[in-house]
Write a protein that binds this ligand. Sequence first.
Ligand SMILES: Cc1cc2nc3c(=O)[nH]c(=O)nc-3n(C[C@H](O)[C@H](O)[C@H](O)COP(=O)(O)OP(=O)(O)OC[C@H]3O[C@@H](n4cnc5c(N)ncnc54)[C@H](O)[C@@H]3O)c2cc1C
Length: 387
Amino acid sequence: MSTSPDTDFPEIRDAVRALCAEFPDEYHRKIDAERGYPEAFVDALTKAGWMAALIPQEYGGSGLGMAEASVIMEEINRSGGNSGACHGQMYVMNAVVRSGSEAQKRQYLPKIAAGELRLQSMGVTEPTTGSDTTKLKTMAVKKDGRWVVNGQKVWISRIQHSDLMILLARTTPLDQVTKRSEGLSCFIVDLKQAIGHGLTVRPIPNMVNHETNELFFDNLELPEDALLGPEGKGFKTLLDGLNAERTLIAAECIGDGYWFIDRAAKYAKERVVFGRPIGQNQGVQFPIADAFIELEAANLMRWKACAQIDAHQNAGAAANMAKYLAAKASWEAANACIQTHGGFGFACEYDVERKFRETRLYQVAPISTNMIFSYVAEHVLGLPRSF
Ligand SMILES: Cc1cc2nc3c(=O)[nH]c(=O)nc-3n(C[C@H](O)[C@H](O)[C@H](O)COP(=O)(O)OP(=O)(O)OC[C@H]3O[C@@H](n4cnc5c(N)ncnc54)[C@H](O)[C@@H]3O)c2cc1C
């Protein structure tokens, strides 16, 4: 059932749907139960070129825009899959496209496009500072032509399924900068070289099948040219990528939302209790209709964010608002879906409980709802800073 009036990019939708159809519910359910990584699925997406959508053609990618990339992510989630296994490849890599030197682009992008390298980890969050990103404590100090990194990160995803990570560290102490967003720098870390040589990784078991880790840096040495973007301007380098991240995740939530609504509507038509389909009862219909309306509205903001990013405009407000609206709409759709399924919503074989867990994450990560409210209050409405 197609619930979206949006007919944009039908060729991309059809092609991604056809690929996803080769990986049915049973595949994703088994991977979830085993807490495994969907290697075959991610490989197929990579080989088909979908993961290289945002890489410019001159570096071996297809040079598509954010709108097209968002459709790819949406379709993965709409098919029952979880883009969380691989979405980092799109938005983390985007930081290299936007901020990398020519040498870095030539070194990494063609190999990422060809599927020889995975760049799908981004190390920002720290245990003692959390959402207060500019206070992060991991330090990178220049010494004898190398960067020496010490500190700790938490919740860093896909480390065990990535070759490279973008790391945000402080290069000038906080008390020596005039603005707290200054003095932070981004680095490209070769994970295979780093692990066991100054970087220790400890997995965090969690509610979803999402590989995420604590990282401990103990005098990790990085080459001088590991710096991504200008020294001290890492927060800006990161922010450019974060708007892409938020917009792509909004699209994933839209995909999840349509999946929940499709499943809820189908089950409501089929399940007969009290001698009639449960979907004939307005008490069952209305939450599904409500969630659909919210989802359609969120989708409009997603397209606005895509358009602004593709036009190289400041997409901060639209990207944050799209992520907020879409995560909320998909969560409402998830609740309507599980309620419609009654007890069967809790049975693994219906996949509702798996998608329910997966979509819940997006009200916390990569940015929690309150931080979006705070951004809009301060940067859009001009209200005084609260922190
Ligand atoms: C599965 C998973 C994967 C992740 N992957 C990554 C990753 O790959 N890379 C990475 O860098 N990070 C990652 N994260 C971290 C994620 O971005 C953070 O969890 C998130 O930004 C919130 O930070 P925190 O957990 O430290 O919460 P805290 O900052 O401790 O906040 C806790 C709660 O308090 C609220 N709060 C805090 N301060 C205020 C305030 N001043 N006003 C109002 N409310 C406030 C927050 O909104 C939140 O709801 C991941 C997290 C999870 C769960």
